[in-house]
Design a protein around this ligand. Structure first.
Ligand code: PLP
Length: 400
């Protein structure tokens, strides 16, 4: 990994806190296995062999560095200079493999045999199944029955890659139940397996670990941007679900005078259930083992959420985002479903790049920002490609 600046060394603190956010709120039986992961990561993050193996994997298997591309046609139309960090060109088509390969490498070093995780739309499941295949590890993905029906292509991919997909039939049969089911399975065999969390969320050390693994996006992009323009960008932006691609690209710029915008899905309205803009409308609360800003229903539990992009409809947000926002270092951008679809078509037709609907949120915000801040240079995390979204778009939002 790259030489880290003081902020990244100092946050989170040794108990996993970014200010008051983060921590590890877990049942006693999980404390030992999470401690084991934390200690292993502390050692391996400074281990030459581990780091050089990760570097090789990134270069020869994932195809890194991914390019930074100046979107000339788009920039001409909106009046700013928009640059795209092309995580859509990372193997499997999104940034998710950056942390999945590293988590699997960590599992291998710990002598684990099996990776366990939950998945909502299936993107994390596919990336983890890919990493498991590469390292010869077993892979068990827990997925709600409702999501299994909805996300058929990803289920097929996971099976082809050799993963075991466990259908979850409890409750609403979606992501929340899948998390519970995956944790249960992990508890039964913490000796041989590892729980591989899919974003900068969950109990310590995952928010730190996943951020560090994803920081390759930011450090690469910074160097590439400097080489292309001789300067730093005025603004860097990314969409935020749990917040891993955003923390990945922000990491390299936190101590620079560069504006950082985390873009939340404003969905189709401001009522609970119509959006998943946790930082914008949420309040402090503990969910999935960490303290952050979350959307609560009237009983104080995780509220139902919506976004047209299923990778960012999460009722909480990574604790580091809650912290950076609370001290004013990052700002929030909003993007509705409609604006995301518009950006999806715009990039496809102006640049020949079909973006993921998640990434389209960051792009839409960048376009709005460019129109209001003429001549500024903007670096966008294009977190993934949109192949997975094409059937949905053509059926629901056809355009001539
Ligand atoms: C999963 C996913 C996201 C959201 O995850 P973060 O942890 O918020 O980055 C964004 N874009 C794509 C393409 C994804 O697959």
């Amino acid at each position: 990994m790259h030489k880290q600046k003081p902020y990244l060394d100092n946050f989170p603190n040794e108990n996993g806190y970014f200010g008051k956010f983060g921590g590890a709120y877990i049942p006693p039986e999980l404390q030992k296995p999470f401690k084991e992961i934390e200690e292993a990561y502390q050692k391996l993050s400074k281990d030459f062999e581990f780091l050089s193996e990760l570097k090789k994997i990134r270069k020869y298997y994932q195809g890194r560095p991914t390019p930074v591309y100046f979107a000339k046609n788009l920039s001409n139309i909106v009046g700013g200079n928009i640059y795209l960090k092309r995580e859509d060109l990372n193997h499997t088509g999104s940034h998710k493999l950056n942390h999945c390969m590293a988590e699997a490498l960590l599992a291998k070093y710990l002598g684990k045999k099996k990776l366990i995780a939950e998945t909502g739309a299936g993107q994390h499941g596919v990336a983890l199944a890919t990493a498991a295949a590469y390292f010869g590890l077993e892979c068990e993905i827990h997925m709600g029955e409702v999501d299994i029906k909805k996300e058929h292509p990803n289920v097929v991919k996971m099976k082809i890659l050799g993963a075991k997909v466990v259908p979850v039939t409890k409750g609403l049969k979606t992501l929340k139940e899948a998390v519970d089911s995956a944790f249960e399975s992990y508890l039964n065999d913490t000796k041989n397996s590892i729980f591989a969390i899919g974003s900068v969320v969950g109990p310590h050390p995952f928010p730190k670990m996943v951020r560090d693994f994803q920081s390759v996006i930011g450090f690469e992009a910074k160097e590439q941007f400097l080489e292309m323009t001789g300067k730093l960008p005025d603004m860097v932006t990314a969409c935020v679900g749990g917040g891993s691609n955003a923390m990945g690209i922000f990491s390299a710029f936190i101590e620079d005078s560069v504006e950082l915008y985390a873009v939340e899905p404003a969905g189709k309205g401001q009522n609970l259930g119509e959006h998943s803009a946790s930082l914008t409308y949420g309040e402090e609360g503990i969910m999935h083992g960490f303290n952050s800003i979350m959307l609560k229903d009237e009983r104080g539990e995780a509220a139902p959420v919506h976004s047209i992009a299923s990778g960012i409809d999460y009722p909480s947000v990574g604790p580091e985002h809650a912290y950076l926002n609370s001290i004013g270092r990052t700002k929030i951008g909003l993007c509705t479903d409609e604006e995301a679809v518009d950006a999806f078509y715009t990039l496809s037709r102006l640049e020949g790049i079909i973006p993921a609907l998640e990434s389209s949120h960051a792009l839409a915000f960048a376009m709005k920002y460019a129109k209001e801040n003429k001549g500024k240079s903007i670096l966008v995390s294009l977190s993934g490609r949109g192949d997975k979204d094409i059937d949905f778009i053509i059926e629901n939002f056809p355009r001539d």
